[in-house]
Design a protein around this ligand. Structure first.
Ligand SMILES: Cc1ncc(C[n+]2csc(CCOP(=O)(O)OP(=O)(O)O)c2C)c(N)n1
Ligand SMILES: [Mg+2]
Length: 533
């Protein structure tokens, strides 16, 4: 059956399990929309391409299923790059299909519409895989590569660009389902045994677990219980152990007491984590004195700046399970390690005892959010002080419940990511807190949530400032400059968008407002003034 390549792209995506696309049409991608119109693919019209990228990211973070974003050439691509970079740094599968001006003009600077000096090079600097298709066969082969890259090993965002003139050519190629990509790498028995020996003989082992261990919560728990050792998580790994588990140090690597525990450990096992700066703030490298075991699907992480003594190129689940099975049956000779400083619960009490008044007011708001959500409720956060604190203080008992734009750290993530997540999983309670400044980055997507009738509580944590930056300036003895922004009347603005809106003046009001918002057909903006808490 002969049809345009634009239609063929949509058929291929559907044949390969992508059922939702976020995007904005333009004269440079009309043929993709001919394909969409003829298909049962869900298209969500966003208000800015960055919103399309974040929404597809949130869709995948919560559901584990990739979604696509369609953009035009030039500004469509430049607008979505921030979201692609966020997805890259947080290992989220995201497929972007963009167009380019006609082939004859590429690289020649004729001044055609949406021209970029070198669009392919720009994308190549941000995505994990970036390809340009010149024929229908290219579309098929590049999409096969892009989709495999989302599903194999460490997921990264993938990019396919199709020049305008190619998009409207026709093809008879069938829209086939591609073969499933290869399974994840498995640890080899000698390394598994070496890891089990190192851990069993350690006097002070510690496990650091990241987002790469998200599918291995049960295996991690069994191993931590057998070793009776503390486990500390990164923000991406938050929830890997239930909040009150005896080994759970929570997402606390940025606390000095936990950093010194980890640097005093004689064996550190890091599983599914980069051990990057944003996992522990503020050092480029975690100071480790013990022997290091790394488990990662990304081979680059096994030989990075840490120089692991033992490197297992493996998926977290199979590796943790195999190490647990290989542990010697005899009890370890460790004495008092899990009980040092009262064990993990004692250490957490110590951390929490040091919280100041500002932290306590944020804690009260976080607990109000927690109380409003069902057990499996989901929070998508932004770059705001309440979220930095919540990375540690918001209690969750399972992974994929609390999401933060950790690695790239961009403002504007929470609302569009939450709306994408809600679309992926309509039965889950999803909500999105952000700061008063960050909220304004992607506030246009409130209209997308209104249009899609998404029950979405959108909390503005309003401290009338770029709070973190103001505090950083004060700490650095810089007179606060450019850190107070005039805010809109958030409630009136949301009402004007057709959303519901209210103010919450204390923790009880916040809980009630979120509960009500979860039952409302459409988003509800809830303004919480920080000084009221
Ligand atoms: C795209 C982008 N630009 C700038 C920053 C730097 N930045 C980090 S936090 C912040 C202030 C955000 O203010 P607000 O959203 O009100 O949160 P608060 O710190 O007050 O809680 C800024 C400007 C960033 N992270 N991302
Ligand atoms: Mg603020």
């Amino acid at each position: 059956m002969s049809r345009s390549i634009g239609r063929y792209v949509v058929e291929l995506l559907i044949a390969n399990g992508i059922d939702t696309v976020f995007g904005i049409p333009g004269v440079h991608n009309l043929e993709l929309y001919r394909g969409l119109a003829a298909s049962n693919m869900r298209h969500v019209l966003v208000r800015h391409e960055q919103g399309a990228g974040f929404a597809a990211d949130g869709f995948a973070r919560l559901s584990g299923r990739p979604a696509a974003a369609f953009t035009i050439s030039g500004p469509g691509l430049t607008n979505i790059l921030t979201a692609a970079a966020q997805a890259y740094s947080d290992s989220v599968p995201l497929l972007v299909v963009a167009t380019t001006p006609v082939r004859a003009s590429l690289g020649k600077q004729w001044g055609v519409l949406h021209e970029l000096h070198d669009q392919a090079a720009l994308a190549a600097g941000v995505f994990g895989v970036a390809r340009t298709a010149a024929t229908a066969e290219d579309v098929r082969d590049h999409l096969r590569t892009c989709l495999a890259s989302l599903r194999t090993g460490r997921p990264r965002p993938a990019y396919l660009e199709i020049p305008l003139d190619v998009l409207s050519e026709t093809t008879d190629l069938p829209a086939l389902r591609f073969a499933d990509p290869a399974p994840l790498p498995q640890a080899q028995p000698p390394q598994v045994e070496a890891a089990a020996r190192m851990l069993a003989q350690a006097a002070r082992p510690v496990i650091v677990a990241g987002g790469g261990a998200r599918e291995a919560a049960a295996e991690l728990r069994r191993l931590a219980e057998a070793l009776e050792c503390p486990v500390v998580m990164t923000a991406a790994g938050k929830g890997l152990l239930p909040e009150n588990h005896a080994s759970n140090l929570g997402t606390s690597l940025h606390h000095e007491a936990v950093q010194s525990l980890v640097s005093d450990a004689d064996v550190v096992m890091a599983v599914g984590t980069e051990l990057g700066e944003t996992d522990f703030y503020y050092a480029l490298k975690l100071p480790l004195r013990g022997r290091l075991i790394r488990i990662d699907v990304d081979p680059n992480k096994l030989a990075d700046q840490y120089g692991a003594e033992l490197a297992l190129w493996a998926d977290a689940r199979s590796a943790l399970e195999a190490i647990h099975r290989a542990l010697p049956r005899t009890a370890s000779s460790r004495s008092g390690w899990s009980g040092k400083n009262g064990g993990a619960p004692g250490m957490r009490r110590q951390i929490e005892g040091g919280f100041d008044a500002k932290a306590r007011s944020q804690w009260s708001a976080l607990n109000a959010i927690r109380a409003a959500l069902p057990e499996d409720g989901v929070v998508f956060t932004d770059m705001t002080q309440i979220a930095y604190f919540g990375n540690y203080a918001f209690p969750v008992d399972a992974p994929r419940r609390w999401f933060h734009p950790s690695g790239y750290g961009t403002l504007g993530f929470a609302l569009p990511a939450a709306l994408g997540a809600k679309i992926s999983s309509p039965l889950r309670a999803v909500m999105a807190p952000a700061g008063d400044f960050g909220r304004q980055f992607t506030l246009g997507e409130l209209m997308t949530a209104v249009e899609s009738e998404l029950a979405l509580p959108v909390v503005v944590w309003n401290n009338s400032a770029l709070g973190q930056i103001r505090d950083d300036m004060i700490a650095a003895k810089i007179p606060p400059t450019g850190v107070i922004a005039r805010n809109p009347d958030f409630v009136a603005l949301a009402l004007a968008c057709g959303a519901a809106a209210t103010r919450a003046r204390n923790a009880e009001e916040l809980t009630l407002a979120i509960r009500k918002a979860l039952d409302h057909r459409g988003p509800t903006l809830i303004e919480a003034v920080a000084t009221d808490f």
